[in-house]
Design a protein around this ligand. Sequence first.
Ligand SMILES: CSC[C@H]1O[C@H](OP(=O)(O)O)[C@H](O)[C@@H]1O
Length: 394
Amino acid sequence: MADPTQPVPATTLLAIKYTRGSLEILDQLLLPHQSIYIPINDVLDAWRAIKQMQVRGAPAIAIVATLSLAVQLNNGLVAAGDTPDSTVQSIHEKLDYLVTSRPTAVNLADAAGKLKLLTQNVLAAPSPTPKLIRDAYIEAAEAMLTKDVEDNKAIGRLGANWIATAAGRTNDIRVLTHCNTGSLATASYGTALGIIRSLHSNLSLAHAYCTETRPYNQGSRLTAYELVHEKIPATLITDNMAAALMSQKDIAAVVVGADRVAANGDTANKIGTYQLAILAKFFGVKFVVAAPTTSVDLNTKSGEGIKIEHRPGWEVLVVSGPTVTNDPAADGGEVAVNVLDVRSVKQAANGIGVFNPSFDVTPAALIDAIVTENGVVERNAEGFFPMEEAFGLK
Ligand SMILES: CSC[C@H]1O[C@H](OP(=O)(O)O)[C@H](O)[C@@H]1O
């Protein structure tokens, strides 16, 4: 039997393990070298895990946050003496607290808003009880987990078809992606990486390229891991190689995820997305955003209204990982590591200041298509994306 105290090599793409009353997340700071699940017993555990990026990715953050409260409710938050009013008040306070964990991605605020409305409605219905309110919350949070997987599969299919149609061919398609938008960033399957998964499974994909996505390296740690795990032909580039890649390879599309899409289509996504969109425009490469409608914020009219999270400078100054135990230059490029010896390394000069916005906003004018589970939205005659269309409002 395996020793449960010892790390195991990374083997899974399941970021969130949930059964009623129990929630575990795959600690993404340890990937791609170790797969270790950590328990999330309450909203405080979830808030910390989200802030530290042990779980990351806009949809996954929302699901972990809302399920953490489901677990807490299931396992005894509602005590003797609680009233329907105090139960709803407590749920709302905890949701508000969870939303403060990371401000840019809208999925968590969207989910919290829906769950607040739901519990408010149960309170307003005849004969509310703490148990009825608690059960309604738990069932709705669980339904969000299920729906995210279905939505991602629809995004994958719709986005793959759009790219093939735009490229004018159903094979030999090469794409570039940024950050991680796969299973590990969602309930499963992924958004932009879901499109790549779909292109690969219908034999359209020739090759996927992924950026490292400095400073936290979600591309080289997580996307690369998912691509290798899925046996998708893929190559890693550093973030400053994108122009060289687009000038030398026939890239059909840059495909990225989103943390918040404003009503006009301006899109906040991982830092570095904006520069890829500029390059794509220059090279005539299609630029595709993949986002569930939970990432679309119709209340924010344009990118100017999106609050960008700034993270601590040390995330730029320091990289962490397992120590290398061989000489890669002498071993033909092979790199062996000791997963039990994880260390942090600093290369930057002492005293240097750091600018570390986690996201940037790509203007709608640089985007060709926004793929949601409800369909593909394209720019209108005024140059903006009528995102209401994705909700069937236009
Ligand atoms: C489908 S994931 C969307 C989004 O989440 C990532 O942000 P982070 O790694 O900071 O949580 C990234 O911007 C992805 O595109």
